[in-house]
Every structure is written in structure tokens, then in C-alpha cells.
Design a protein around this ligand. Sequence first.
Ligand code: HEC
Ligand code: HEC
Length: 397
Amino acid sequence: MPASRHGWSQLELKQLQSLQLSSLPPVTDPGNAYLANDAAAALGKKLFFSSQLSRKGDMSCAHCHQPKYYFTSGKPVDGKRNTPTVVGAVGSTWQFWDGRADSLWSQALFPLEDPTEHALTRLEVVHVVLDYFLDDFKAAFGKTASLVELVEEQSSLPKQASPVNSIENWHRLTKAQRNRINQTYALVGKALAAYQARLMPAVSRFDRYVDAIVEEDYISASQLLSPAEEAGLRLFISDSGRCVRCHSGPMFSSGDFTTTAVPGSHRDEGRLAVIAQLSSNEFNCLSRYADKGEGSCDELIYLKTDGEELRHAFKVPSLRNITLTAPYMHNGSFDHLSEVLDYYNRSPRNGLNHTELEPLYLFPFQLKQLEQFLSSLESGIAPSSVWGLTHSKEKKE
Ligand code: HEC
Ligand code: HEC
């Protein structure tokens, strides 16, 4: 075997392979037995695009996670946080910028009851399921005992009740009724997760470049990445750029939380503010509504729940298709990738006591190379006849 291929050492080649999409482990979720269930995904897709699942009939998941913007909102941040893509999200242990949900299915239950988003209560969600999605629901989950009873008792249930809204109505229900509602509500999250789990990034030029290098097909390799992009990749993994310290693995994310002190970070406590609630979330991995499938809840059980390094810390985001998802950072503080790279080069503290970054002192042409490399990660969504909703740039006119 040659000591170096196209200038890459064996060690570097291993690192490049660890970043390839093909290194992605199969997606699993011990809490969601329906992740691979096609009928659940079909229901999830309908729910994702349905505005029936909102108080005023004007909101759906897709309203903010728009297919044409790679499932982001494609506009400046109008709330507190930037809308991340849901493509590939199933691969993260923690959902949201602060990781306040420990699974994709429990994540979905937050916006539904958020008064600034879908603004429903869980009982209302159950009413919508019974009124509009009953057949799809039965196809996905069978006639669960909870569902059968809910159908029978629906007319006697109040219209609106949940622990976060209309608490009185919620406590007027029997314990068994509350349990049935929660169970059905959790299944709504599991269907939404099954759909989103099918939205994965497609193989990119970068991935094919690494294949070509492994096969010693250097002609193809040089057609796949330009010299500038290749130089950017070297910076990305080397000590000069140090990006792989955090943007590692096939999704270009370690999945960890870290402080990078982007402008405005001081206004948001990030990971520290939510970490203590994770173990009490009634829909977490250990809850009675989680399935007990293969895998463990170790990440939750062994969670470190305090520490100053969690203050203003945010999840390391994936960089796949990053060219499609401006603006950038948890609060959308940068509109262009060039601004993000300029920021990394300077790595200021912006008034925080702590940042994990150090200035890079790269030349402007090197920042440009890094930016060019990032564009080689653009691939859109993996085409699939059933689930594929390609990004508009992918469409052939
Ligand atoms: C009003 C806009 C809006 C609506 C509606 C909305 N989302 Fe989001 N979504 C966001 C924002 C903003 C975040 C980031 C919030 C945060 O980190 O605190 C987010 C985060 C997420 C994440 C986490 C991704 C990650 O990488 O951490 C997933 C998954 C997701 N949403 C799925 C959904 C689903 C499913 C629905 C429908 C039930 C939905 N969203 C409805 C705006 C929205
Ligand atoms: C210490 C860990 C760390 C290192 C090193 C690091 N990043 Fe990041 N990166 C993060 C975190 C955390 C965020 C999100 C920060 C936030 O939103 O406040 C982020 C965000 C980004 C974003 C915006 C993503 C989005 O969806 O908004 C880009 C682009 C990016 N990083 C590229 C790079 C590049 C290129 C390098 C190397 C020069 C690098 N990062 C080095 C942790 C890191």
C-alpha cells in the first residue's frame, strides 16, 4: 500500500473515511419501535404537512421546516432560535440547539404544545387524530387498546386539556384517560419521527472523492474536488483549521454541546438551562411511553447535569448541505458562510468568560478554501421514490 495517496497519509485517509456518509451507523431508537415502519412514516408525512394540527389552522411542521429550503425556514430568525433542518436529525442523540429532547419522537411533542408554534394541547392533538387520521393511525399502529377506548369516549372528553395548558380540565380526566391520551400523543411523535428518519442527506462530491482516493483513482478524484476545495479539506482536518475537533463523523457533528461564543450567545443559557429537566421529561427514553427496544438510555442515565462549560453551550450542528441552510448558528447571527469562517479565524469571546475556540490566524485565501470545501458537501436529500422531496436546486428545469 502506498505511504501516501494523492498526498494523504494513511492516518488522514482513515479520518476522511470516518467522515463519509457510508460510515453512518443504521438509525435506531430504543424508544421508538415504529421508526422503520412504513405505515407510521406515511402517517408521519401527512402529519408533518398538515395544518389541521394547529390552533388557527395556519401552522404545520413544514411551515417552518420547508422542503425547498432543505427543511429549514430559509429566512432570518424571527423567534429566539434558528430553525435547524430535520434532514439527518434522526442520527443525533439530542434534539434542539440545547438538546432538551432526547429523541426525535419526543422532540416532535414540544412544538405541538408550544403556544408560539402549533399551540395545541395534547388532547386536541388526539381529537385531530380521531377526526382526520384514524384510518392511517390504525394502519400504522393497529387498533391499540387506548385508541379503541378513546374512539368510544371521544364525545365525552373535553375539547382542550393538557398539563401545560388547561390544567383544570386535565385533572378532571381519570388517570386512565390521561394515560390513554399520552400514549396516543406519543404515537403521533413516533409517526413524525418515522417520516423524518427517511429524510437523509444524499452522497456528496466529498464522499465520492474519498472513494476515488481509496481506489487510487486520482483522475476521478481531481474531477470531484477542485484544488482549492481539496486544500480546504486539508485545512478542515488539520491542526491549522481544527474543524474536525467538533465537526467529526459522517454527519460532520460530534453531537456534543460546546461554547463558541457567537455574537448574542450571552442572551441564551443554552445547554445549562435545560439539562436538569431532561430526566423529568415525561416522554424521555426512560418514560412509560417509550418502547423498550434494542439499545439503551445510557446517554440519559449517565448525563452530567451541571458544570460551567454547559453555560451558553450549543449542539455542534451537521455541516452536510450547509450551503443550503443560511442563516447560520443557533441565533442566525451570520448570513453567509464567509462570515462564519471569518468569525472562527478571530474567535472572540464576545463578553463570555469561556469559549472552546482559539483564533486560527489563517490567510483570507485559506478561509476561502475552507468555504469552497464546505460547498462540496452540498448534495440535497437522498432520492427516494416514496419519501424524497428534493431541494429546489436539485430539480431539473
Ligand atoms: C414556528 C416554527 C416551527 C414549527 C411550526 C416547527 N418547528 Fe421544528 N424547530 C423550529 C426551531 C426554531 C427549532 C430550534 C429550536 C431550539 O433549538 O430551541 C426547531 C427544531 C426542530 C428539530 C431539532 C433538530 C435538531 O437538529 O436539533 C426537529 C427534529 C424539528 N424541529 C421537527 C419539527 C416537527 C416534527 C414539527 C411539527 C410537529 C416542528 N418541528 C414544528 C421551528 C419550528
Ligand atoms: C469547539 C468546537 C467547534 C470547532 C472547533 C468548530 N466548530 Fe463549527 N460549530 C460548533 C458549534 C457548537 C456550532 C453552533 C454554535 C452556535 O450556534 O452557537 C458550530 C457552527 C458552525 C457552522 C454553522 C452551522 C449552522 O447550521 O448554523 C459552520 C458553517 C461551522 N460551524 C463550520 C466550522 C468550521 C469550518 C470549523 C473549522 C474552522 C469549525 N466549525 C470549528 C462547534 C465547533
